[in-house]
Design a protein around this ligand. Structure first.
Ligand SMILES: *Cc1c(COP(=O)(O)O)cnc(C)c1O
Length: 349
């Protein structure tokens, strides 16, 4: 077949998401950091009573109901909020609005692989700066690089660590480009960087309903920044990027903080137990502020463990790339799921 693609797209490796088995397959799925608990019952009520008139019409272009609800919860005016079709869309929008061949993207590695995929799609210049072995932020190098966009996931995936707010503040103060703080896992952490958006006009904090709110299937994320910064992003997003169902479901979910907090508390409790059980089996476990654990098996056989578990119907994440190919990322499931994993592991290692 002829080659129809731009050279950068042709050269790209496609983003490989965690494997998604058919629903109903008897599988323990601990590979994509989904929440093991269902979304709030308020969500099912919204779906059960959904007004067909809302399906006939185009949805609100800014997902106004969701913005209002998020504004209430965060204590931030709704015009400081942009809603995305998953936070992935917002990452893409920032990339398209702010970068090109001359305007560089910078981020510390290892981190969320999508930053690399989006940069290649955009043909933007890219500078990846490695974290130290113990995940100290390479602050001076990132400041010196002064990207048009700098991505920091905090808490980070796949390491699970949180970037100290003082470091983020120093970045915001010294960078002349946009600092994107990706807080996909913030619901499982003890601190967040939201107040930096009020301190600095170049900070965009991005969050999602996929993890803390058990709504990965609905595709809803949001960004918080100064309205001036958002105005450029609004030019680039699809006009009707949030469908009416996602907007209504997300509004119900973010309005039920008690339910979300209860699920998060269960996950955090299970995280402690799972970490201890893995350590008993000789695994090294990194401190996590998320709903997953980065671990290194006692023998140098991460890929083998991943494959053996897979054969037993337990999916975890293995990254065949430098620095991660001796490690495994395990999503914290229910206590029953975690126990099944630990039992299976005890027969392997
Ligand atoms: C899961 C994840 C996202 C994507 O979230 P969606 O809202 O589902 O698109 C973004 N960033 C990081 C670091 C993630 O782990």
């Amino acid at each position: 077949m002829s080659n129809y693609f731009r050279a950068n797209v042709d050269a790209m490796a496609a983003y490989v998401p965690g494997e998604q088995p058919q629903p109903g397959t008897p599988i323990i799925k601990l590979n994509s950091n989904e929440n093991p608990y269902p979304p709030t019952p308020a969500v099912m009520e919204v779906l059960g009573n959904f007004d067909p008139e809302l399906l006939r019409r185009y949805p609100h272009p800014f997902a106004q109901d969701f913005r209002h609800a998020a504004s209430q919860v965060l204590g931030i005016p709704s015009n400081w909020i942009i809603v995305g079709n998953g936070s992935d869309e917002l990452l893409n929008v920032v990339m398209r609005a702010c970068t090109d061949l001359e305007r560089e993207v910078v981020y510390p590695t290892p981190t969320y692989v999508l930053y690399s995929t989006l940069t290649q799609m955009q043909s933007a210049r890219l500078l990846e700066i490695p974290y130290s072995e113990d995940y100290q932020l390479p602050l001076e190098e990132i400041i010196a690089a002064n990207g048009a966009v700098t991505f920091i996931a905090s808490p980070n995936s796949p390491s699970g660590h949180i970037v100290p707010k003082d470091d983020l503040r120093k970045l915001a103060r010294n960078l002349t480009g946009v600092l994107v703080i990706d807080e996909a896992y913030v619901d499982f952490a003890e601190e967040n960087a939201l107040d930096l958006v009020q301190e600095f006009e170049n900070v965009l904090v991005i969050r999602t309903l996929s993890k803390g709110y058990s709504l990965a299937g609905i595709r809803l994320g949001f960004g918080i920044a100064n309205p001036q910064l958002l105005s450029g992003l609004y030019k680039v997003k699809d006009s009707y990027n949030i469908d009416a169902i996602a907007c209504a479901v997300g509004t119900a979910a973010i309005s039920d903080q008690n339910y979300k907090n209860a699920c998060v508390a269960k996950v955090k409790k299970s995280r402690i137990k799972l970490a201890q059980d893995l350590q008993k089996l000789g695994f090294q476990v990194w401190e996590s502020h998320t709903n997953f654990l980065l671990t290194q098996p006692p023998q140098n056989n991460a890929q083998d463990i991943y494959l053996q578990l897979r054969a037993k119907g337990i999916l975890i994440r293995y990254f065949p790339q430098p620095r991660l190919d001796d490690k495994l990322r395990i999503t914290v499931g229910t206590d029953e799921q975690n126990q099944a994993l630990v039992s299976a592991l005890s027969l392997i290692v």
